[in-house]
Write a protein that binds this ligand. Structure first.
Ligand code: AMP
Length: 443
């Protein structure tokens, strides 16, 4: 949540003044939520009046609380099993939402279950059999359960939240969403949250919300004031060298590095580890457990550098990231906003550095147009960077060897082959040898 969320709001409303019950106000306090964010101030009173709400807000604005608090309040007033469904586009987001429900609803004994792909269907069927109060789900897996899990249905549901509706629809979940909506009772409250009001979202809300009230918190393409944004124009062949140079310069801070593909994410992660950095990759092709494991290690600061594809650029609530580095310029300018939005959150300051090669100038210029400003050049000393050339080349060579060795080991070819090597410690022998040679600050 950005500081602007507080600045824009003006009035010093409290959760209590918004109509939130004492036990939930105490839960907010325990979470350190002193005053409601802008979207919470706007959406909560409407939802408490049992209005359908459309919230135009992004992750980071406090939107989970904006739908979570009125939902929990309605549940406390009318306790019922399988009371609410929250649909969300990604597995990570689903777990983050559950975390917030657990934290807010602990004192009142709320039971919340996550239903997402990549996890065991049978275990999930058993969890659903226990009839939780709230189901947080990605659409595909929920449809599987609605079709296959005996005894499970949502016929008594009272509350539906569609979170990040634009992403759900852009990810081709339209068919699944339709199937789900068909089996939900018409008599229910619905809240729909979306970063942007696309035509698909518009169609969805017209068909499935009753007389909704729309609330909006910030213009789409703003980056927060406390974010310092830099660019660095260098030849493509020197990208790893300058990345290493920057990481050495900034010391032991928490950093997210965004790469264009899962292979470059993995290769760069292995290379950095060979140089002694605590780096961990995260991309869509990893198994769910590995993804969660990677994220948790990063959150717990066991790893200070997270390398990610755009799968991780939206929706993840990773507290206090000091730096975002765009190792590759994002092809879609909007992704730039989402990527850099991982830093400078909740009033803290942050730095974003975008590395631009000769092949990325055009795409980069589109980002500057969108931001309507020219980014400052990140200060570097070329000689100091190029001193690293040999060590980086060696670390790259070892990374390549490790990838080839792991390919051989799994005996798999094609796109899935690196799926399970994300945080392998098997190559530590190679790394240790290299790390000894490198006296980089950041290990
Ligand atoms: P969200 O937009 O729901 O992903 O929330 C972003 C972050 O803001 C999460 O870490 C929440 O715990 C936090 N947050 C939500 N509401 C408040 C609040 N009223 N005051 C302070 N932090 C909040």
């Amino acid at each position: 949540m950005s500081e602007e969320d507080h600045e824009e709001t003006g009035s010093p409303a409290t959760f209590k003044e918004l109509g939130i019950l004492d036990e939930l106000c105490s839960a907010c306090e325990r979470l350190g939520w002193k005053t409601p964010t802008h979207i919470q101030k706007e959406a909560i009173p409407l939802a408490l009046k049992e209005k359908d709400v459309i919230g135009l807000a992004e992750t980071g604005s406090g939107k989970t609380g904006a739908f979570g608090l009125p939902l929990l309040q309605a549940l406390i007033s009318h306790p019922q099993r399988l009371f609410a469904l929250v649909l969300t586009p990604t597995r990570e987001l689903a777990f983050q939402i559950k975390e917030q429900f657990d934290a807010l609803g602990k004192a009142v004994g709320v039971n919340c279950c996550v239903i997402v792909g990549g996890m065991d269907m049978t275990q999930q069927a058993m969890d659903l059999g226990k009839r939780p109060h709230i189901v947080v789900a990605t659409p595909g897996r929920l449809v599987d359960h609605l079709e296959k899990t005996k005894g499970f249905n949502l016929k008594a549901l009272k509350y539906l939240v569609m979170d990040e509706a634009d992403r759900i629809l852009n990810m081709d979940f339209e068919e699944e969403v339709d199937k789900i909506l068909k089996v939900l009772p018409k008599e229910r409250r619905t809240m729909l949250f979306s970063a942007t009001m696309t035509s698909k979202v518009n169609k969805l809300q017209r068909a499935h919300l009753q007389d909704p009230v729309r609330v909006e918190v910030s213009s789409k393409y703003q980056t927060v004031k406390k974010l310092k944004q830099y660019m660095l124009f260098i030849p493509c062949k020197h990208k790893h060298i300058y990345l290493t140079y920057i990481l050495n310069e900034i010391g032991n801070q928490s950093v997210i590095i965004f790469c264009a593909t899962h292979l470059s994410t993995l290769k760069t992660a292995l290379m950095l580890r060979n140089l002694g950095f605590t780096a961990i990759p995260l991309y869509g092709k990893m198994t769910q457990n590995k993804r969660l494991g990677a994220l948790n290690k990063f959150k717990a600061r066991e790893r200070s550098i997270l390398l990610a594809t755009d799968v991780a650029s939206r929706g993840l609530d990773i507290p206090s990231v000091d730096y975002v580095i765009n190792f590759d310029v994002p092809l879609h300018s909007k992704d730039y906003i989402h990527r850099v939005g991982r830093t400078a959150r909740a009033g803290k300051s942050g730095i974003a550095i975008t590395i631009v090669s000769q092949y990325e100038v055009e795409v980069y210029q589109r980002i500057e147009q969108l931001l309507d400003m020219k980014l400052q050049v990140y200060p570097t000393v070329q000689d100091e960077a190029l001193v690293l050339q040999e060590r980086v080349a060696e670390a790259e060579r070892f990374a390549k060897l490790e990838m080839a060795r792991l390919d051989e080991k799994t005996g798999k070819k094609g796109r899935k082959r690196h799926r399970d090597v994300d945080d392998s410690e098997e190559s530590l022998g190679v790394r240790k040898r290299l790390q000894k040679k490198n006296k980089l600050k950041n290990n």
